[in-house]
Ligand binder design. Structure first.
Ligand SMILES: CC(C)[C@H](C(=O)O)[C@@H](O)C(=O)O
Ligand code: SF4
Length: 479
């Protein structure tokens, strides 16, 4: 048999019907649902008198609209309240498991799925949410779908899909100390742009990827969509199996052994060809900060804000000009001179336990700068519980961070956590579009370590020498 990529194997395993030059019909193994993109889908089912075909393969949670301060209902905002209540009713009516506000499993859908062990290698996973690509970290073919597709999957457990092409992003070398998975994916997008992977499924390969923990792999795959990709994939290995073993919905006993045996066979065969391949050397990457209004407008912390004339094409120059105006930044300003007002640590990109540990390590023993308002929002109730067990909440609170309830929070302005116009935020989320965190708000995407360090210094700093620098600055009374 011809050698195949991991993508081709998963695809072939799920095609129910294929015709030349037409989208294929795929079987879907797991459907995740949240309150924002599901109401019309359920309504469509109801109007058509249909049922959910596989309620046992469908799991829901509330995340985008939930307040992160006070969880007691009713929720103030009428639209948010309606969306949440509608999901509660729909799950009841159609027999779907909902991880609701009062359950400790509730959280951002892409944090919740993996940590419950719902996400397995080789599965097809969909959700009415673009960052479904996160689950690709397990070697699952996972992608976002629109509301009408949500309805289709609810009704049939199948989905029409045009077969994407394959792109290998090979990461050679090692990530330097203080440089994280977030910096890696921001650097990849800065290097090749926000549409370099349009029409492709990315498979990340190479030593640097193999060395990443599951949570770091999720950070990388999460932002595949910001590179335009349909999905991101990482081959399952011991790290994957170790993470999954024993989780609530992971296979148990003999089933587990059988599953692992099958998962091992999913990896790309030697000699299999991708449609395209790019290579990046991890050892050249610095901690990243975005300066503009697209995730591709990123630069290393030792750099300066670029000038429009630095760009090769007229379109890029115009985009840079517009972004700089919106962001209120002068070209050539050193990145470390940019003062911030707010810090948000959380989201499906960086709201997991390892992210909180990393941020707490930086913040431990320091105080948030007086002009900065900083918050830490665990990605799920389970992350929150674990963090509190480890005392991370105390470290953050003592340093002056707010410690919140789980949800999407300030990743996007769909709940009370928003930036005021003109406010500048160091954010561990994945999108920095105009107004993403509140109308007129300015977002800089960074890693959790960089966000925590910026909270304390009041401006961006290079975390690679955080300990040394912070002590010096403390001695000089500038922190
Ligand atoms: C609200 C939802 C549809 C949206 C998405 O699809 O990604 C959101 O999660 C986001 O991050 O912008
Ligand atoms: S945390 Fe942000 S990116 Fe993730 S699902 Fe929520 S809004 Fe979308």
């Amino acid at each position: 048999m011809k050698p195949r990529t991991m993508f081709e194997k998963i695809w072939d395993n799920h095609v129910i019907h294929a015709e030349e030059n037409k989208p294929s019909l795929l079987y879907i193994d797991l459907h995740l649902v949240h309150e924002v993109t599901s109401p019309q889908a359920f309504e469509g089912l109801r109007l058509a008198g249909r049922k959910v075909r596989r309620p046992d393969l469908t799991f829901a949670t509330v995340d985008h609209n939930v307040p992160t301060t006070n969880r007691s209902l009713p929720i103030e905002d009428p639209i948010s309240r309606q969306q949440i209540e509608t999901l509660q009713q729909n799950c009841k009516e159609f027999g779907i498991t909902l991880f609701d506000l009062d359950s400790k499993e509730q959280g951002v859908v892409h944090v919740m799925g993996p940590e419950l062990g719902l996400t397995h290698p080789g599965k097809t996973i969909v959700c009415g949410d673009s960052h479904t690509s996160t689950h690709g970290a397990f070697g699952a073919l996972a992608f976002g779908i629109g509301t009408s597709e949500v309805e289709h999957v609810l009704a049939t457990q199948c989905l029409q899909q045009k077969k994407p092409k394959t792109l290998e992003v090979h990461v050679e070398g090692d990530l330097p100390l203080g440089v994280t998975a977030k910096d890696l994916i921001l650097a990849i997008i800065a290097k090749w742009g926000t549409d370099f992977a349009t029409g492709y499924v990315i498979e990340y390969t190479g030593e640097a990827i193999k060395k990443l923990s599951m949570e770091e792999r999720m950070t990388v795959c999460n932002m595949s969509i910001e590179a335009g990709a349909r999905a991101g994939l990482i081959a399952p290995d011991e790290t994957t199996f170790e993470y999954l073993k024993g989780r609530q919905f992971a296979p148990k006993g003999e089933e587990w052994d059988k599953a692992v045996e099958a998962w091992r066979k999913l990896v790309t065969d030697e000699g299999a060809e991708y449609d395209r391949r790019v290579v990046i050397d991890a050892s050249t990457i610095e901690p990243q900060v975005t300066w503009g209004t697209s995730p591709g407008m990123g630069i290393g912390i030792t750099g300066v804000v670029p000038a429009p004339e630095d760009f090769a094409t007229e379109n890029e120059r115009k985009a840079a000009q517009k972004a700089l105006e919106y962001m209120g930044l002068e070209p050539h300003t050193p990145m470390t001179k940019i003062q911030i007002d707010r810090v948000f640590i959380g989201s499906c990109t960086n709201g997991r336990i390892e992210d909180l540990r990393a941020a707490a390590k930086i913040a431990n023993g320091y105080k948030v700068a007086p002009h900065v308002q900083a918050m830490v929002v665990p990605g799920s109730g389970m992350v929150k519980e674990q963090a509190e067990k480890e005392g991370l909440d105390k470290i953050f609170i003592e340093a002056g961070f707010e410690w919140r309830e789980p949800g999407c929070s300030m990743c996007l302005a769909m709940n009370p956590d928003v930036l005021a116009p003109g406010e500048r935020c160091a954010s561990t989320s994945n999108r920095n579009f105009e107004g993403r965190q509140g109308r007129g708000g300015r977002t800089h995407l960074v890693s959790p370590e960089m966000a925590a360090a910026a909270a304390i210094a009041g401006h961006f700093v290079d975390v690679r020498n955080w300990e040394v620098k912070a002590k010096e600055e403390k001695a000089h009374g500038t922190v």
